[in-house]
Design a protein around this ligand. Structure first.
Ligand code: NAD
Length: 304
């Protein structure tokens, strides 16, 4: 059986699959869609990160494909309806990058609170400008976590260690699951009204698209800071831009965008916006863990 591995999935995590008798791995970087279409019919399984889109067109050429593996959490680059229609299983590696994404979100929150990227740029450009970078402490501030799943709850633990007050909104988890954690479960409006920092950790779905829109911003505290290291489009970028321009929001830290890759945006022109190119899960540890997790899933499927 042949497995195509794309998008630079970490080879160290694929050893079990590589050593399995009867399985041949072809490992390559991301290829353009026309090249993928030309070769996909040879493969029983394909493993991708987020760059390759396994859409309806690609699947229509994938005559032998039994399983698609996503080395990571979000499967929005795979057409799930079409996969279901064709009887192709889709597996992912939901827990492998939790710690990396969590630590990255905390790093973004601190960078935002203390203007670290801006100070770094200014000093490297030859300016010793202490006055420009008055920051804010996290201690005693309220952090609103939208989506209290794997990453959201790991963030809560770390924020509490920094003596932040944590409130969370997640309509799909039970009150009793947070009873011993000092996390207050609230509805969305209350979270918006009370939080000094708001961080998003939901998947991108029809119900979370533009969850933070103009109306949501109008309910927030003046001077709120927004962090989105989940998925682009959960925050309405136009509404965020307006909130930042008007002073309603004091800053934003964004690792994800509605359109990716993105190299130009009105948001990039604002000094109180910290951005990065979707690198929340970019650590060696996470890449090896997600590759190993997805390889196990693929192996289990191919072996029946
Ligand atoms: P998870 O499934 O463990 O948690 C998501 C939580 O969101 C769940 O508890 C769910 O109940 C909740 N939720 C769903 N819809 C909601 C809604 N409408 N309102 C409030 N809560 C809602 O997922 P996770 O592993 O914690 O990942 C969270 C997000 O982080 C995902 O979007 C994932 O793709 C993203 N992520 C990004 C990076 C990165 O590189 N920046 C890395 C890893 C994960």
């Amino acid at each position: 059986m042949k497995v195509l591995v794309l998008d630079g999935v970490a080879r160290e995590g694929l050893q079990k699959l590589e050593n399995e008798p009867g399985i041949v791995l072809d490992i390559t970087k991301t290829v353009p869609e026309d090249q993928l279409i030309a070769i996909i019919s040879e493969y029983d399984a394909v493993i991708v990160r987020s760059a390759t889109k396994i859409n309806k067109k690609v699947m229509s050429y994938a005559h032998k494909l039994k399983v698609i593996g996503r080395a990571g959490v979000g499967v929005d680059n795979i057409d799930l309806d079409e996969a279901t229609r064709q009887g192709i299983l889709v597996v992912n590696a939901p827990g492998g990058n939790t710690i990396s994404a969590t630590e990255y979100t905390i790093a973004m929150m601190l960078a935002l609170a203390r203007n670290i990227p801006q100070a770094n740029t200014k000093l490297k450009n030859g300016e010793w400008d202490k006055k420009a970078f008055m920051g804010t402490e996290l201690c005693t501030k309220t952090l609103g976590i939208i989506g209290l799943g794997r990453i959201g709850s790991a963030i809560a633990k770390r924020a509490q260690a920094m003596e932040m007050q944590v409130v969370a909104y997640d309509p799909y988890i039970a009150e009793k699951s947070v009873i011993s954690t000092d996390i207050e479960l609230v509805d969305l409006d209350e979270l918006l009204e009370r939080s000094d920092f708001i961080t998003i950790h939901t998947p991108k779905t029809k119900s979370t698209r533009h969850l933070l829109n103009t109306e949501a911003f109008s309910k927030m505290k003046d001077g709120v800071r927004i962090i989105n290291c989940a998925r682009g489009g959960i925050v309405d970028e136009t509404a965020l831009y307006d909130a930042l321009r008007s002073g309603k929001a004091a800053g934003a830290a964004l690792d994800v965008f509605e359109e990716e890759p993105l190299t130009n945006s009105p948001l990039f022109e604002l000094n109180n916006v910290v951005v990065s190119p979707h690198i929340g899960a970019s650590t060696r540890e996470a890449q090896i863990k997600v590759a190993a997790d997805v390889a196990n899933e693929i192996l289990a499927t191919l072996k029946g």
